[in-house]
Design a protein around this ligand. Sequence first.
Ligand SMILES: [Ca+2]
Ligand SMILES: [Ca+2]
Length: 142
Amino acid sequence: MRLALKITLAIVLLTAAGLVLAYLYLPVNRVAITSELVMIGDLNNDNRWDLRDAETLSNVLADPFRSDRRTMLKIDVNRNDLIDEEDVSFLEHLYQFSDPYLAQRISGSLFYMPNTTAATCAPSPTHLPNSRTFSCKITTCR
Ligand SMILES: [Ca+2]
Ligand SMILES: [Ca+2]
């Protein structure tokens, strides 16, 4: 076998071995996920606001103690740790139009800005003992 062919074959084999080792041993994800984006008001997790969310909201309001904390977080739009009339009226108005920009334009200045309809949360919300506080905060999403 000619020397050039041997060198080429050796380079190809070393490159293939290097790629296999890199694929097997290089970490894919070095950073643990510490938060996720949560869409406020999207109660059925389909990434939109519609009448199905309104139906879920009325079910939650009928029996609020059966709902999980994540759902309650998504309903507490004004972030006062209470499910109150302001939250419900905001969400019902949003569900009618499915578009926060359109809902704001129609309702006027009392409607929350669309960029406040998202929050970052820990993947499994952590709670302080004897507290209803979530480890979430409102973010501005543009
Ligand atoms: Ca939804
Ligand atoms: Ca509230």
